[in-house]
Ligand binder design. Structure first.
Ligand code: FAD
Ligand code: SF4
Length: 481
């Protein structure tokens, strides 16, 4: 531990953002990188406590106290080596992770948590800036071939680890560019795409082969995959969107969040969307249904497109702002989250149920809504949602974005052709070693656990890689985390 009194002397200095009036005019990162000296100061707040709960809070088991100490001492290269030992994409988690670790930080019991996520980002960006991020030389090849389906964080992490273990890895991706939701879901203002290209270039140089624009199961038949590869990892994500089946849903101007965000990301990358398909918020009254992170990304995107006004509604009640008894430390609490996109404007309303869409000439013009409350009933585990009589109201809307989550992976195509079994939620079922019901076929990420977080996708990809390595070689030097 560097400075034994660091946390007493230094206050938390969280993420710093560009001014709203400036950042809403572009899609560049909303955050500013802080100077290294300030990161060292912030790292000195880490107490190196006897039991570092942050470590268990982080799904990939980052060595947080250890690299905080190294950063404080200016040993950036050593900190980078430790970070690289557990995290394949720290430049991504350092930007978009909800920092589960910080909720478990012991300092957060009676003070502000250490800025773990920003410190993580500073370490990896130091590495890129100083030319330390080089392709690893793979000394020995095993002669085994592995196909990874999907190039989101789960597939990328799995491929990178298996390649380092010496296997010949081919990543199949149906989109034109790799990245999954990192590229086509999360907006540039949270994650600029050149950051993905920078990392993928390293993996290409290490030997990972990317076959983009290839739909596994369609362009590349399931049988061919099984016969040409020694193992297959299914990391295709969970993309079937949850819908709201209410009258008027088929009106024009009601779109799914992922369709809206994908278009916006493509436009940021210089692509042109055909006019008839374009979903654009310019000058429109926009209503985003869904109060989660995806909804927040839609709010930020709508502002950048020049929306007239943006309203976000959520059916659940407004979360608490601080921990309650239901979420004692170090559990990850469900708290009110105000993102950088929320700070840029718009209204938020909770406990609002959408009853229907009303339109004129086939286009949506308003939503019909009602306020709800959640009532605890005797003998019932969860509170029941009740509409509040007389609370019906309408919201004007020219564009409605449905951001209410995802159901499960697409079953038709590859999964059906492979005959893999599903769990009760419709996700791909695996044993504890990530193997599906079909021998030599594994699965990781959202496709296996349902829509989750980038850090969980990385964790799954890495653990699945170790299981595949064990399956192929009978032993593995890949880390268990
Ligand atoms: C809009 C949005 C914003 C989010 N923001 C955050 C955030 O800020 N922080 C966070 O931690 N999490 C966030 N998440 C969640 C996070 O992005 C996902 O949990 C994560 O990307 C899952 O990774 P994955 O690799 O399992 O799947 P995905 O990222 O979905 O990637 C799956 C890939 O597989 C490809 N694929 C599927 N089937 C085939 C096939 N048959 N052949 C070839 N390729 C195929 C798909 O094209 C896709 O590229 C967000 C999610 C969304 C939707
Ligand atoms: S990956 Fe997420 S949970 Fe883990 S240390 Fe980084 S910010 Fe914390």
């Amino acid at each position: 531990m560097g400075d034994t009194r660091g946390f007493l002397k230094i206050a938390r200095q969280g993420g710093q953002y560009r001014e709203v009036c400036e950042r809403v005019r572009d899609y560049k990162d909303v955050a500013r990188m802080r100077p290294d000296a300030q990161t060292q100061e912030q790292a000195s707040r880490c107490m190196d406590c006897g039991t570092p709960f942050c470590h268990s809070g982080c799904p990939i088991g980052n060595y947080i106290p250890e690299w905080n100490d190294l950063v404080y001492r200016g040993k950036w290269e050593a900190a980078l080596a430790l970070l690289d030992a557990t995290n394949c994409l720290p430049e991504v988690t350092g930007r978009v992770c909800p920092a589960l670790c910080e909720y478990a930080c012991v300092l957060a019991l009676n003070d502000d948590a250490v800025t773990i996520r920003e410190n993580e980002l500073a370490v990896v960006e130091y590495g890129f800036k100083h030319g330390l991020m080089k392709p690893a030389v793979i000394k020995e090849r095993t002669g085994k071939r592995v196909a990874v389906i999907g190039s989101g964080p789960a597939g990328l992490a799995c491929a990178a680890q298996l390649n380092r273990a010496g296997h010949a890895v081919t990543v199949f991706e149906r989109d034109e560019k790799p990245g999954g939701i990192l590229r086509y879901g999360i907006p540039d203002f949270k994650l600029e795409k050149h950051l993905l290209d920078r990392r993928i270039d390293i993996w290409k140089k290490e030997g990972v082969v990317f076959r983009t624009g290839v739909n596994a199961g369609g362009d590349y038949a399931a049988g061919k995959l099984l016969s040409e590869f020694d193992a297959v990892c299914l990391a295709g994500g969970s993309r079937v969107p949850r819908d709201i089946a209410v009258p008027g849903r088929d009106l024009k101007g009601v779109a799914f969040a992922m369709d809206y965000l994908t278009q916006s990301n493509r436009r940021s990358a210089g692509e042109t969307i055909p006019k008839g398909e374009l979903i654009d918020a310019k000058g429109k009254k926009v209503v985003v249904i869904g109060g989660g992170d995806t909804g927040s990304d839609c709010v930020g995107t709508a502002h950048r497109q020049g929306a007239g006004c943006v309203v976000q509604i959520e059916v659940m009640p407004r979360p608490d702002e601080g921990r309650t008894e239901a979420y004692p430390w170090p559990r990850y609490p469900l708290l009110l989250k105000t993102t950088s996109s929320h700070e840029e404007g718009g209204e938020r309303h909770w406990a609002v149920l959408t009853k229907g869409f009303i339109g004129e000439k086939g286009r949506v013009t308003k939503l019909s809504c009602v306020r709800v409350q959640f009532v605890h009933e005797h003998g019932k585990r969860f509170p029941a949602m009740k509409e509040m009589p007389g609370s019906e109201f309408e919201i004007g809307a020219d564009l409605v974005i449905v951001a209410v989550g995802f159901l499960n992976p697409e079953h038709a195509g590859l999964l059906a052709d492979l005959h893999v079994a599903f769990d009760e939620r419709g996700n791909v079922k695996t044993d504890e070693k990530f193997m599906t019901s079909v021998s030599k076929v594994f699965s990781a990420g959202d496709m296996r656990r349902g829509q989750s977080l980038v850090v969980w996708a990385i964790a799954e990809g890495r653990r699945c890689a170790r299981s595949i390595d064990m399956f192929l070689m009978g032993e593995s030097n890949l880390p268990a985390m």
